[in-house]
Design a protein around this ligand. Structure first.
Ligand code: CAA
Length: 379
């Protein structure tokens, strides 16, 4: 792995950083306060070619590599974690898996408009009784001639109320366990598809998190993603990529926490000097910076492995597990350095602390990441 970025990678990351800092960051507090989906950020990401950044140009994308996309995801999350997760879910667990695992017809029909940003993507695996135990799917899909009929409900679906295209997991044969699960590409306008309640969350308040209801939802046979019975592997492959981008999101939140803590420590005066002059604060900053670099290294390595089509399951689990804990730890330290000002909404660090927490939970909890890592060590 070459630590030197190419000229093209540097240009794209610079563009993304300028966009994120100049346009996205100034809106982040208002988006959070009003629980507002930042549609204008999504529109600008479409204009800038970010919605399909790591999809080949032939399929409407930007043609960049997975590492470049991951660095862009970090820059977005550093400015606004809500905006970061909109892109992350759209790309990592919808657009890219359809590109990677779909038929040529599915690529043309779905990847092209998703990569151009004309459509928004989402991923519907979780159910009320199938969270960490993703195999416990209750949604069923029954073949009826040239289509399947899906019945069930999904929960905690990021981008739920705004997405056009969903990857949906459902049981086609309950007797076969994980090998009885299939994955489908479902459009929001298919008969029997509807969006249920929107969740009111601790953080990521501008991101849409909803229930999805499938009531005799009619899905054409050609929308099966992979073969019948391969849905669990499709979902796990998607999550292998998704967890890298959640790791990048966590690094972005951690970096924002450090940025805020450094700036505050230099400007805040107590006992006749800036608090940055005290070793208690310096040690916290040093530890934050070191943990962030370690987390970033794991995230970049996982992205590199994915780009090279090498086994990535363990590396992505390590990246997500470590980076998410670093994000929460750094946001907590940033609040501590801000003292009372860290606990009020005039400063962004309380938002970072709320936004960081979910990176330890979604796309597989920290405990699930450890199970995946241990499973790879012990097999
Ligand atoms: N890639 C490909 N195949 C994989 C795989 C991977 N990463 N992981 C497992 N598989 C395969 C296994 O090889 C096995 O296949 P064989 O039977 O042919 O050997 C099959 O899948 C079953 O594997 P396991 O026996 O390991 O399955 P399990 O039931 O024990 O589950 C688990 C494993 C790791 C706990 C899994 O259920 C899991 O990851 N759970 C967490 C789910 C999750 O992350 N949910 C988040 C949803 S998305 C979200 O958060 C919302 C959002 O929008 C952001």
């Amino acid at each position: 792995m070459d630590w030197q970025l190419t000229e093209e990678q540097e240009l794209i990351v610079k563009m993304a950083r300028e966009f994120a800092q100049q346009e996205v960051a100034p809106r982040a507090a208002e988006v959070d306060k009003n629980h507002r989906f930042p549609g204008e950020n999504v529109a600008r990401m479409k204009e800038l070619g970010l919605m399909g950044i790591c999809i080949p140009e032939a399929y409407g994308g930007g043609g960049a590599d997975y590492l470049t996309y991951i660095m862009v995801a970090e820059e977005l999350a550093r400015a606004c974690a809500t905006t970061g997760v909109i892109l992350s879910v759209h790309m990592s667990v919808c657009t890219y898996p359809i590109f990677q695992l779909g038929t040529e017809a599915q690529r043309q029909k779905y990847v092209v408009p998703l990569a151009k940003g004309e459509k928004l993507g989402a991923f519907a695996l979780t159910e009320p009784g199938a969270g960490s135990d993703a195999a416990a799917q209750q949604t069923v899909a029954v073949r009826d001639g040239d289509h399947y009929v899906l019945n069930g409900s999904k929960c905690f679906i990021t981008n739920g109320a705004y997405a056009d295209v969903f990857i949906v997991a459902a049981m086609t044969d309950k007797s076969k366990g994980t090998k009885g699960i299939s994955a489908f590409i479902v459009e929001k306008d298919f008969p029997g598809f509807s969006v249920g309640q929107t969740e009111d969350k601790m953080g990521l308040k501008g991101s849409s998190t909803t229930e999805i209801i499938l009531k005799n939802c009619v899905v054409p046979v050609e929308n099966l993603l992979g073969q019948e019975g391969e849905g669990f592997k499709v979902a796990m492959t998607a999550l292998d990529g998704g967890r890298i981008s959640i790791g990048a999101q966590a690094v972005g939140i951690a970096q924002a926490s450090l940025d805020a803590a450094v700036a505050y420590a230099k400007s805040r005066r107590q006992f006749g000097k800036p608090i940055a002059a005290f070793q208690a604060v310096q040690f916290m900053l040093a530890e934050m910076a070191t943990r962030i670099e370690a987390a970033r290294g794991l995230v970049h390595r996982a992205a590199w492995l994915k780009e090279k089509h090498r086994p990535v399951t363990q590396a992505s689990a390590m990246a997500k597990y470590y980076a998410s804990e670093v994000a929460s730890w750094c946001a907590n330290r940033a609040v501590q350095i801000h003292g009372g000002y860290g606990y009020i909404t005039s400063f962004p660090v309380e938002r970072y602390m709320r936004d960081a927490k979910v990176t330890e939970i979604y796309e597989g909890t920290t405990e699930i990441q450890k199970l995946v890592i241990a499973g790879n060590l012990l097999r």
